[in-house]
Ligand binder design. Structure first.
Ligand code: HEM
Length: 246
């Protein structure tokens, strides 16, 4: 494990040096981080860049996979939603342009509703660098505070019948950043937010346009908690019933 980490650090350092010596005309995440500056004009130290890239690889991969599992689970529990989604996907066929899939409104609503019900982070913490007034509370610097998507996303005033899977709520209205925060918020907002939603949509559309499935675990799933990430404990067991396209 330590040897693998060492090799990864070497590869990342090489990538950092490449990004620095050959700035790209269409910058990706690493190019932007390497070119970025703090408020005082200083660059991010290489060790911090490497840590952030490793966080992106690990945080990003597990979170997107867990969200995909939840999407599969809900769609196959709520066949009405699966049918609506298949109706939307069908005209585009199994080899659609990924950008066309990404702009489908019901697919977008399905991914958002899944992220509402199962936000990866149940709480998003901040350590106050300076005193803050929150409602009638005066909070001193050094206080740990948290926004809790796991509570907010189940507020019945915002999301009527909050335990039910209803992608339509995301078609009826847009939720503000203080109402829907599966990716956190503010300056530390998840940098993978757009990428992961895109990724989940494309994988979902690819698998649903090619195969039909049966959900083998109909009942509530046991949830596993890994640090802040919640995922189905044993995955979501599905059976492939039919091949509809190759
Ligand atoms: C469905 C998938 C994902 C979910 C639900 C998710 C959710 C989150 C949340 C809630 C945070 C904390 C934000 C905050 O403190 O305000 C976070 C941070 C982060 N995420 Fe994601 N994430 C996902 C995918 C990704 C992907 C694909 C990447 C990278 C390519 C990524 C990279 C990161 C990084 C580097 C941070 C730390 C940011 C910082 O502290 O400044 N995430 N993510």
């Amino acid at each position: 494990m330590t040897a693998a980490r060492g090799r990864l650090e070497v590869l990342l350092q090489q990538a950092i040096e490449r990004a620095r010596s050959h700035p790209s005309a269409s910058p990706a995440i690493l190019d932007r981080v390497v070119a970025g500056r703090y408020e005082d004009g200083s660059p991010m130290p290489d060790g911090t860049i490497r840590d952030n890239m490793i966080t992106s690889l690990i945080a990003g991969q597990e979170s997107s996979v867990a969200s995909l599992c939840w999407c599969f689970y809900w769609l196959h529990r709520e066949r009405r939603c699966l049918d609506l989604l298949l109706q939307e996907l069908e005209p585009l066929g199994p080899d659609a342009d990924p950008m066309a899939w990404a702009s489908l409104p019901y697919l977008d609503a399905v991914v958002k509703e899944t992220l509402r019900l199962w936000p990866r982070a149940t709480e998003i913490y901040r350590l106050l660098a300076q005193p803050m007034r929150l409602g009638r509370h005066e909070l001193p610097a050094g206080t740990n505070i948290a926004a809790a998507p796991a509570i907010l996303h189940y507020d019945p005033d915002l999301y009527p019948d909050p335990d039910s899977f209803q992608p339509e709520r995301f078609l009826k209205r847009r939720f503000g950043p203080h109402e829907f925060l599966p990716f956190g918020g503010g300056e530390r907002l998840c940098p993978g937010a757009h990428l992961s939603v895109f990724e989940v949509k494309i994988v979902l559309a690819t698998l649903l346009t090619r195969f039909r499935y049966t959900l083998l675990d109909e009942g509530p799933l046991t949830v596993r908690r890994m640090v802040a990430l919640r995922a189905p404990h044993t995955g979501v067991r599905m059976r492939v019933d039919a091949v509809v396209a190759r």
